[in-house]
Design a protein around this ligand. Structure first.
Ligand code: BG6
Length: 557
């Protein structure tokens, strides 16, 4: 198999697949030829087999992320035998058609010519499909019957319900699962010696967004709480599973040199950027309802912010980390409703060139209202009222159809207190040190420092100390969805968002959402597709005496 990782332009290849291994997993002899290493899980992960029930199998998320990630898990030898994929959906399709649908998703993602057929065969061996409306108890009864059959046939009573549907369906599905008795663990081995069937586990995985605002998030949590125990609930934020995001904690807490300067005394400001070149693709109706603030900032960027800003946790178990994140979220100063434009900016793209081609305005995209006021770009300033961060602004920005696909966290340090080398500095004067954590693409990090150019004269030039997964470790990071699927199957909650965190994120953005809802036309700027966003965002950051980075290929290294 050869996997083309478009993100880094490299190719990760695997050798011939092995036969089934002794522990029953689907194994591939799998050496990343380019990377020179075996499966990224290093044989360390051993999730239980389960029935993996996917709601929303015909949707964009399943097609683009989930199914390819399952295939990767098959290739990496971590999907145990006995795991069966079960689709639940409104369309009338057969088990075989469901299998074909999955195969198409894998082919579309990697290219049919490079996909490993035998891994697919094993992964898609006897998938099941249950037709039913999301609110139809009869459908859930049919699902329960299928699950019971699978419990005894290898799933061992373990069931994972993955809600990859539009958020409007979450409540009804959760309620129906509860009513059908499916929130309880399944059971297997009814005849074993002790006389009682052995219980498995039941987990529910919920995609973002968790509600549309604080109130709806709270209502959703109340419904979930009635049906499931919080320890059964896995709220996905796939950004937390990205390799560099996890490395951020290692960088901060496994090295002695960063933590002492990670505070208001040395840090000038922090920038968190998630720029995409893609538009809304086929997700017009969802995106029209969401917009950039709900789609990217509230879930993903606020999570990244909390990892940058949190205090060291007492331990690295799920609650140790999640408690610290919660504390820093609570310390974010409420955004004042009276001068929202000093704190937040929204904009929409007009036609331009992105990814080397002419692209239409957002209002001309498929299934988008021609007079839409939905923002495709949002920027937000946060300040944290605690001892560590008092006075240090955090700027978050995200946009569709931007100049480059790049997600990064940039920690801008203060200039040295005495400018001894002012006259020797290149062009724009002494450059402050910047630590850039590249989340994607070209995952890694770099620290820019002023250095002397060789020669008799003292002339300075900023240089970068750089670490890149691709070139330094010779490893390519793997898909975030692969990680979250394995974690959920293993019951590790560290990378999942707790209900209280999701609600706190809504508390932070609440005043902005309210203000924008009141004046949708007035608050909306425009930017050209393929640019770095609107002038109003430049003005927002300039008010603090700062400017956004403009990462171009190569200069972030
Ligand atoms: C999703 C958003 O959560 O993240 C999408 O709904 C966005 O709009 C996507 O495109 C970006 O994820 P990634 O992993 O491609 O950066």
């Amino acid at each position: 198999m050869t996997v083309d990782d478009g993100a880094v332009g490299g190719r990760l290849s695997y050798d011939e697949p092995d036969d089934l291994s002794e522990d029953g997993g689907i194994h591939v002899a799998g050496r990343g030829k380019a990377a020179g290493s075996a499966s990224p899980f290093g044989g360390e992960r051993h999730p239980d087999p389960c029935s993996l029930v996917m709601f929303g199998v015909t949707g964009d998320l399943a097609h683009r992320k989930l199914i390819p990630a399952l295939y990767d898990l098959g290739c990496h030898g971590v999907l145990p035998l006995g795991t069966t994929l079960v689709g639940y959906g409104r369309q009338e399709i057969s088990d075989e058609d469901f299998g074909d649908l999955m195969r198409t998703a894998i082919d579309d993602h990697y290219g049919a010519e490079v996909v490993d057929g035998s891994t697919c065969e094993r992964l898609l061996q006897a998938p099941r499909y249950v037709q039913g409306q999301f609110d139809d108890p009869e459908g859930y009864r049919r699902l329960a019957a299928v699950l019971e059959e699978l419990d005894g046939a290898g799933a061992r009573g373990n069931r994972m319900f993955y809600l990859a549907t539009p958020p409007s369906q979450f409540e009804v599905i959760v309620r129906q699962l509860g009513d059908a008795g499916l929130a309880r663990p399944g059971a297997f081995d009814r005849d074993h010696a002790a006389g009682e069937p052995r219980p498995g586990w039941t987990r529910v995985v919920i995609e973002k967004p968790f509600g549309r605002d604080l109130q709806t998030a709270h209502e959703l949590d109340a419904v979930i709480d009635k049906v499931f125990d919080e320890r059964q609930v896995y709220r996905i934020d796939h950004y937390l599973a990205k390799e560099t995001v996890q490395n951020l904690l290692v960088l901060r807490f496994a090295n002695g040199i960063f933590e002492p300067v990670w505070n208001r005394r040395y840090v000038d400001f922090v920038e968190i950027t998630a720029a995409e070149t893609l538009g809304v693709e086929h997700r017009g109706p969802y995106y029209e309802e969401a917009g950039a603030l709900r789609d990217m900032i509230t879930p993903h960027l606020i999570q990244l912010f909390s990892l940058v800003a949190m205090e060291p946790p007492a331990s690295f178990d799920a609650d140790g980390v999640r408690d610290e994140k919660m504390k820093v979220l609570r310390a974010v100063r409420p955004i004042p409703t009276r001068s929202i434009e000093d704190w937040a900016v929204r904009a929409q793209y007009v036609q331009g060139r992105a990814d080397g081609k002419d692209v239409p305005a957002y209002r001309g995209e498929e299934r988008v209202a021609p007079d839409s006021y939905t923002e495709t770009y949002a920027a937000l300033k946060l300040v944290v009222d605690n001892w560590r961060w008092q006075g240090v602004p955090f700027y978050l920005r995200t946009g569709k159809r931007m100049a480059r696909r790049v997600t990064e966290i940039a920690i801008h340090f203060k200039r040295p207190p005495v400018a001894l080398f002012r006259d020797a500095a290149a062009g724009g004067g002494l450059q402050p040190n910047v630590l850039v954590l590249r989340v994607q693409p070209d995952e890694g990090f770099s620290l820019t420092i002023e250095s002397k150019r060789p020669g008799h004269a003292v002339a300075l030039q900023p240089v970068a100390m750089d670490f890149s997964y691709g070139t330094t470790l010779n490893e390519l990071p793997f898909s975030a969805y692969e990680t979250v699927l394995v974690d959920a199957m293993e019951g590790d909650m560290t990378l999942f968002t707790r209900g209280d965190q999701a609600e706190e994120a809504w508390r932070i953005v609440g005043p902005v959402l309210d203000a924008w809802a009141k004046r949708p036309e007035r608050d909306l700027s425009i930017y050209e597709a393929g640019s770095w966003g609107p002038e109003s965002a430049d003005a927002l950051i300039a008010r603090g005496g700062h400017s956004w980075r403009r990462p171009t290929k190569g200069d972030e290294r």
